[in-house]
Unconditional design. Structure first.
Length: 68
C-alpha cells in the first residue's frame, strides 16, 4: 500500500507544482501587458505633445540658417 500512497502523493505534489507555475506565468504575462499599455499611453502622450508644440506660420520652412 505504501507504493500506491506514495504515487498518489507524488501526483498531488506534481499537480500543485504545475498549478503554481501556471499562476506565476499568468501573473508575469499580466504584468507585461500592463507595462506595454503604460508604454503605449506614454508614447501617445509624447506624440500629441510634439504635435501641439508645432508653430505654423507663413515663415515656417522658408528660411535656412547656414554657417560655413
Amino acid at each position: 500500500m505504501d507504493g500506491i500512497s506514495g504515487s498518489v502523493n507524488s501526483l498531488i505534489s506534481l499537480g500543485m507544482a504545475m498549478s503554481d507555475v501556471r499562476l506565476k506565468s499568468e501573473l508575469s504575462i499580466s504584468t507585461l501587458k500592463k507595462g506595454l499599455d503604460v508604454q503605449a499611453q506614454n508614447a501617445i502622450s509624447l506624440i500629441e505633445s510634439a504635435q501641439s508644440a508645432r508653430v505654423n506660420s507663413s515663415e515656417t520652412g522658408q528660411l535656412i540658417d547656414v554657417v560655413a
